[in-house]
Write a protein that binds this ligand. Structure first.
Ligand code: GRG
Length: 291
């Protein structure tokens, strides 16, 4: 069931993304090709789907929110392109294909990431059919969570920090580098739909927990996942001497931690009055995913 739901969303999102970032005959067409290569490489589109589902939870028809949902996916894609660069995780493969810099070279990969990030805010601002005040508020929230005190900050501690890695510091890193963009997706859906403060705060707590569970599963997959399904070699963290939750808790305890966080997240969904069936399916699917 969840497969079908995601597929339907993915098709609609792909159509909109295709329209938003299209090829133009110009001397800079190469950067559009490079950005599109990663944008259409088969990502799960979890973040835009979360945004649309939260938008619908607060009583709206999701059509108006597609631009904003695509903007979040563009930021996610930029982060993956940059994350794979030699100066970051130095990964050669992503989603079963050569990573962006392996195909287009480092300069173009860097610029494709920059393009997706920059264009995303223009795309979000061209959201039609939603109160302009909500759109502006959502853009501010997106920027805060993708920026220095969000995803970028997490990547800085993770990549450039020289700290003793404790369980608490790992949770801080995960909260910033992974939960923040998931929080942006869920939170922007709620903001665009005009959710009240109490509901919004529950959405944020849900997203925080889902993001932590998501990153823990990512760490487990990097250690014991199936390379074919993952579309990249396992062991990237070991190769980069990156300490993850798996090093601290072991596989079984890490899995249990992800399960507990998922159960908490489901509990929060239960407290909403509207239909959270799909959100619950997504939350459970992310716990058992194999890529
Ligand atoms: C500015 C040079 C520069 C780099 C920024 C911010 C950043 C690099 C990287 C973000 C950190 C990051 C990539 C965190 C990992 C989050 C994560 C587990 C991503 C995988 O998400 P999925 O599984 O991907 O949703 P798909 O492939 O399905 O889209």
């Amino acid at each position: 069931m969840i497969d079908m739901t995601l597929k339907t969303y993915q098709e609609k999102l792909d159509m909109r993304l295709d329209m938003l970032l299209n090829e133009s005959e110009s001397h800079y067409k190469s950067v559009i090709d490079s950005a599109r290569y990663s944008l259409f490489a088969g990502g799960k589109r979890i973040r835009p789907v979360l945004l649309l589902e939260f938008y619908k939870l607060f009583g709206k028809n999701d059509d108006c929110a597609y631009n904003f949902a695509c903007a979040v996916e563009m930021i996610h894609t930029y982060s993956l392109i940059h994350d794979d660069l030699p100066c970051m995780d130095n990964d050669d493969m992503r989603r079963g294909k050569p990573s962006n810099h392996k195909k287009y070279g480092e300069a173009l990969a860097l610029l494709a990431g920059d393009s997706l990030l920059t264009e995303s805010f223009g795309v979000a601002s061209r959201t039609m059919g939603i109160d302009g005040e909500y759109v502006a508020k959502a853009i501010t929230y997106l920027s805060a969570n993708a920026g220095i005190s969000g995803m970028i900050g997490g990547q800085v501690i993770d990549t450039c920090g020289d700290f003793e890695i404790t369980e608490d510091l790992l949770y801080e890193i995960y909260s910033l580098k992974t939960s923040a963009l998931i929080k942006a997706a869920c939170g922007c859906g709620a903001i665009l739909a005009g959710a009240d403060d109490d509901s919004f705060s529950k959405v944020e707590t849900f997203a925080e927990k889902l993001g932590l569970a998501f990153q823990i599963i990512d760490d487990i997959l990097d250690r014991v996942g199936n390379e074919e399904k993952l579309g990249k070699p396992v062991g990237s963290d070991l190769k980069n001497q990156k300490i993850t939750i798996v090093d601290i808790l072991g596989i079984d305890e890490s899995r249990q931690r992800a399960k507990d966080l998922t159960d908490d997240a489901i509990g929060i969904l239960d407290s909403f009055e509207g239909d959270t069936t799909t959100l619950k399916e997504i939350t459970n699917y992310l716990l058992v995913r194999d890529y």
